[in-house]
Write a protein that binds this ligand. Sequence first.
Ligand SMILES: *Cc1c(COP(=O)(O)O)cnc(C)c1O
Length: 513
Amino acid sequence: MVTTSQVYRSTRSSDKATKTFEEAVIQGLASDGGLFIPPTIPQVSHETLFNKWSKLSFQELAFEIMRLYVDPQEIPDADLKELINRSYSTFRSDEVTPLVKNITGDKENLHILELFHGPTYAFKDVALQFVGNLFEYFLQRTNKDLPEGQKKQITVVGATSGDTGSAAIYGLRGKKDVSVFILYPTGRISPIQEEQMTTVPDKNVQTLSVKGTFDNCQDIVKAIFGDKEFNSKHNVGAVNSINWARILAQITYYFYSYFKATNGTEGRVKFVVPSGNFGDILAGFFAKKMGLPVEKLVIATNENDILDRFLKSGTYERSDKVAVTLSPAMDILISSNFERLLWFLARDYLASNDDLKAGKIVNDWFQQLKTEGKFQVDSVAIKGALSDFASERVSDSETSATIKKMYQESVNPKKYVLDPHTAVGVCAAERLIAADKDSSINYISLSTAHPAKFADAVNKALSSFEGYSFEKDVLPAELKKLSTLQKKLKFVERPDVELVKAAIEEELAKMDL
Ligand SMILES: *Cc1c(COP(=O)(O)O)cnc(C)c1O
């Protein structure tokens, strides 16, 4: 029997049972529909932060942080280090997530945290490179003593409207005992995104181009998850944004960039985070609660502003329709990871620190969301949330204007090109800078994608500038090369569950894992 000091529980559970880290990661979503959280957030002393952690490399820091959330009996030190080093060896920057300091000169203290140096040029790589290795590690350990034919294999099935699919594919390509099937709507994702997904030659990867919409693809994936027979036959798994290991891996860059911005000393820092499903900024919440002295975490949303409305009104309310914006990775109706923050708000402000009571409160909220489309949170909890968070909503025209403005006003480096998601954050940061008028504050704005991935939005903003060239100034050679590689994809001519299931079984047989 393994005794773990760090346990996990579901945000909707009001019973005592807890899970280990491995169980939480492999299971993904709790059986009651809730998400897994560590109810106890480990604390790091001021001394450790500024005398020790501030001097560490990204990988060393990742180890120190993850060690506090994963018991050594579950993953020994040497294995955890190896997993971390392997995961970040695929990044193009030695620093993994470098900080571009004082992009507009030293009057504003505006720093850009570049999270897009992984294989797919998007921030999701920071988490999914690690999660892919972690899946393989756990599976190999389970399978080590099992006879051939009884080994556990996982079939990951997902739908994507762009970024998540390629990051998942690059996280899982070539991994033992895992296959990955990603559905996307034919002709409705950008050419670069399609090239990224379909040019991966590994035999355990298959993209399915489905004639239909993204919603069709998502419905098919849901139906497959609900299909007991197919599921037990193929062990269907997910790597969507609710997996706890993704949040865990993202905590590192909050610490790392804080120390870079303040030169390793305690300073004033606000993080600005372009947000959709709330996975990125939630990692910042954990960093702050662990003891990193962050002044504010600023949620930047596009016109899909459920989070901004919640912080201003206390009502969490689903809109009827997704707005299609220039920042598609943030086009959401519901922020799936927000449930984790709601649990901490319930526990700390409404349930007198009682974990079980908090689970009941969250469960009631989500029942209400289901039946009435909204729920209201007590003002004590909102006040609590506002001690850690602020929020800003940014329109498409402001997004475009910010891409232009940064291109014109950046000095270090000059003519810096923002992707539209990053621009949502930078627009929010510029608003804060103007409102705070305080040069002692560092603003760290998170850059979640390389601009080459969103050519249309970037070109629309910049093509009128003399001398601007997407091919020359924005597109990296590695992405340019993709269009010359062979594509591997399978067409599914109707958005039909049975057709997709048949396609998966046909390809699985060929993969011969
Ligand atoms: C996923 C994504 C986001 C949103 O991150 P969340 O964790 O869902 O809040 C922002 N920008 C890009 C480019 C993304 O891929």
